[in-house]
Design a protein around this ligand. Structure first.
Ligand code: ATP
Ligand code: MG
Length: 392
């Protein structure tokens, strides 16, 4: 496909939404004689009139050449995918070298470090809306994949044959659901068909990459629609078979209510605000709570700890041995502490010294989340918040 060029009068991108550090990186690479563009999600978001949360840059400079341009502010990272991080104070701009890939080869990609042309780099990206290049210095969009038109039409389309592209990297199936959940775009029917034939391949992907995409979605403000799609597409069944069972029972309504509440908390306070342990607890708590409420007599605290521990084992660890330990332990603390903050026995005076616990703030934030669903907890939340602020 011959590339299409779109100028300012076509795209109306506002360069003032671009991080000045990204502009500096582009300028310096150009001055050193290299080609460099803004790529991927950043360009997509600019075209959708959203402020991008990060800016990725692709360039003809090889990693060592990027290092030579930026010297000490540049760190080369990654093995499967080598790239450069350029640091400006707390901001990091990711710069990668144009890569080639064979979009007609259905073998699982293990390394992705073969350098290529801008066109090859566009063709190995996942979806057409993510395959656009933008040069803010001359205001041009370069489109090798038809992404500009697809974005206008709200169409999510894989670059190339979706079956081959999903086989090459099954994480792309999860990414497809992610963009559908976030933007509500229509998915190209061919890609839906391909997902149907390829879903089992997800087992071949690195668990760390799969988990990272799922955590990013929990943080995105669109986790509720995302989990609907994950359950519907039967990918959840493959990744977390035990958890999946609950997503197909009446309790699913409560889980979705918790995800929705966490979406609204994340959206209110900006991107990535709730800790990953809180987001994990949002899925487990409704299930645990239902189980505990069924016990007669009501469980004492030791039993609650055991149930919480077993449930995390059953729903998360048994399906995913790589589930990060730190998140798991913190989630356990959040879950059990809910029954100190709002004990089953309402006549029991909770011990106020729990506010001294190091991770108390996570349990308190989770109580706030519960109060969004059950407003009667707001008073209790305010009470505990007061106690914890008195301490500090
Ligand atoms: P987000 O807004 O969530 O960051 P994004 O599209 O920017 O969305 P990233 O994970 O930041 O997602 O990836 C940046 C770009 O790299 C994508 O837009 C896409 O062009 C490319 N990309 C990412 N993951 C893949 C993949 N698995 N296969 C092919 N291309 C990918
Ligand atoms: Mg991105």
């Amino acid at each position: 496909m011959k590339e299409k060029i779109y100028t300012e009068k076509d795209h109306h991108i506002r360069n003032d939404l671009i991080d000045p550090s990204a502009l500096t990186v582009l300028k310096k690479l150009h001055e050193a004689g290299y080609t460099a563009y803004l790529v991927g999600g950043g360009v997509r978001d600019l075209l959708m009139r959203k402020k991008p949360k990060d800016f990725d840059i692709s360039t003809s400079a090889k990693p060592e050449e990027i290092k030579a341009v930026f010297q000490r502010s540049c760190l080369l990272i990654g093995r499967r995918f080598r790239l450069a991080h350029i640091r400006f104070g707390r901001t990091i701009i990711e710069v990668s070298t144009f890569r080639a890939g064979d979009p007609t080869d259905g073998e699982l990609i293990v390394h992705d470090n073969i350098w290529g042309s801008p066109e090859e780099d566009a063709l190995r990206r996942d979806f057409t809306i993510n395959g656009l290049f933008y040069d803010p210095l001359d205001h041009k969009i370069i489109d090798y994949v038809g992404g500009f038109e697809d974005l206008k039409e709200h169409c999510l389309r894989a670059i190339g044959d979706p079956t081959l592209r999903f086989k090459q990297d099954p994480v792309r199936m999860i990414r497809m659901l992610k963009f559908r959940a976030r933007f509500g775009f229509n998915v190209d029917p061919k890609a839906l068909e391909a997902l149907d034939g390829c879903r089992e391949e997800i087992k071949k992907s690195s668990p760390a990459r799969v988990l990272e995409e799922i955590f990013r979605m929990l943080e995105s403000g669109a986790s509720e629609p995302f989990f609907h799609l994950l359950a519907e597409s039967k990918i959840l069944k493959i990744l977390f078979p035990q958890l999946n069972i609950y997503f197909h029972e009446p309790i699913a309504e409560r889980i979705y209510a918790y995800l929705k509440a966490s979406d609204s908390m994340n959206a209110q306070a900006g991107y990535r605000t709730l800790d990953r342990s809180i987001l994990t607890a949002a899925m487990i708590f409704p299930i645990l709570d239902e189980e505990l409420k069924r016990l007669d007599p009501p469980p004492h605290f030791g039993e609650i700890i055991d149930h919480s521990h077993d449930m995390i084992e059953e729903l998360l660890t048994e399906s995913c041995a790589h589930f990060p330990r730190k998140i798991r332990l913190r989630c356990h603390f959040i879950l059990q502490t809910q029954y100190r903050l709002t004990p089953f026995d309402k006549n029991k005076r909770p011990r106020s010294r729990i506010v001294n616990q190091k991770e108390f703030i996570y349990a308190l934030t989770f109580l706030k989340l519960r109060a969004l669903i059950h407003p009667e907890y707001f008073k209790t939340y305010e009470h505990w918040k007061r106690l914890s602020t008195k301490r500090t």
